[in-house]
Design a protein around this ligand. Structure first.
Ligand code: PMP
Length: 305
């Protein structure tokens, strides 16, 4: 049975987990009208840090802007709420979930309901399984495509978008794969169910450009920055499906997935089927931020305090 943390933050105050409730007729429950973030906190030599907290909360406000969800708090207040909830639960390697949603107050699609805001957090190890960061996963291309341009905005991290992610992820698991990779409506590569993609060719990293079919990932941005700083070439370009089979290395990245190597796609081995050197180098640079071996030149480690 699941064990839950003691406290959450809801509408301005810390409260016990069991008291953080919502009415069954809340708008978001019916129509997917929520926006959210996923953020990780890590223990570091300088104390507990929340990774790129401010960038995540900025994206939360951007998602809310796209969907016209008024958040009655400032960025500073939500940053403080995230810190507070981590501290209250005494968590270290944790996942934070700030979110805002249309609450109870009208049943029509365009109803102006009050916005509810909350922050939860819980302990989280590797998202796709215990040893996947070392061994990698077997992935498949999903039979489900991502959103077409001007349909559901992929640039917003909104609850409703994750019906697509669930179709992709659940199909992959049902077929025995670790994760699914979706194509865009163009037929070109987009992203995993909840992760961006990187392919390696001849020592350079290639990643799909930010488009109508994928979320502008903060981990993706982190890795592009770290790679370029380390003198690794990064190319942002459209890639067709078959390059998944032809690349030397392949990995997924995201807040939850961190850097998860992919060792096969659709049953075909990626490269020699082992986790490649560039993938390991990127893992070392990324996780090095948290053990101090990669200097944080960007102020990404925001202390819990
Ligand atoms: N794409 C999707 C669909 C996601 O849900 C996520 C996870 N938020 C990502 C990409 C990776 O984004 P980030 O690195 O900001 O977590």
């Amino acid at each position: 049975s699941a064990s839950y943390p003691e406290f959450v933050w809801q509408n301005g105050a810390i409260k016990p987990w069991a008291q953080a409730t919502v009415h069954i007729m809340a708008h978001a429950l019916h129509y997917g009208s929520s926006v959210f973030e996923g953020i990780r906190s890590y223990p570091t030599p300088d104390g507990q840090a929340i990774f790129r907290l401010t960038d995540h909360i900025k994206r939360l406000f951007q998602s809310a802007k796209i969907h016209d969800i008024q958040i009655p708090y400032t960025l500073e207040q939500l940053n403080a709420a995230c810190r507070e909830v981590i501290k209250a639960n005494k968590l270290e390697r944790a996942y934070l979930r700030p979110f805002a949603f249309r609450g109870l107050g009208g049943f029509g699609l365009s109803a102006d309901t009050p916005t509810e805001v909350a922050v939860a957090c819980w302990n989280m190890g590797a998202y796709l399984g215990a040893d996947v960061l070392e061994k990698g996963i077997d992935a498949c291309v999903s039979s489900w495509q991502r959103f077409a341009p001007n349909t559901i905005p992929a640039g917003a991290k909104a609850g409703g978008n994750y019906l697509s992610g669930q179709l992709v992820a659940r199909e992959a698991r049902r077929l025995g794969f670790g994760e699914g990779i979706a194509l865009a409506s163009t037929g070109l590569l987009s992203e995993g169910a909840g992760e961006n993609l990187f392919l390696a060719f001849d020592g350079a990293l290639h990643t799909t450009p930010v488009s109508a079919a994928l979320l502008n990932g903060i981990t993706r941005n982190t890795l592009i920055t770290l790679a370029r700083e380390a003198g690794i070439e990064v190319v942002e370009r459209d890639l067709p499906r078959e390059y998944l089979y032809l690349c030397d290395e392949l990995f997924m990245c995201g807040t939850a997935a961190e850097i998860t190597p992919i060792r096969s796609v659709d049953g075909k081995p990626v490269g020699d089927g082992k986790v490649g050197a560039l993938t390991k180098q990127m893992q070392k640079l990324f996780f090095g931020l948290f053990d101090g071996s990669t200097p944080d030149r960007w102020g990404w480690l925001e202390p819990v305090g």
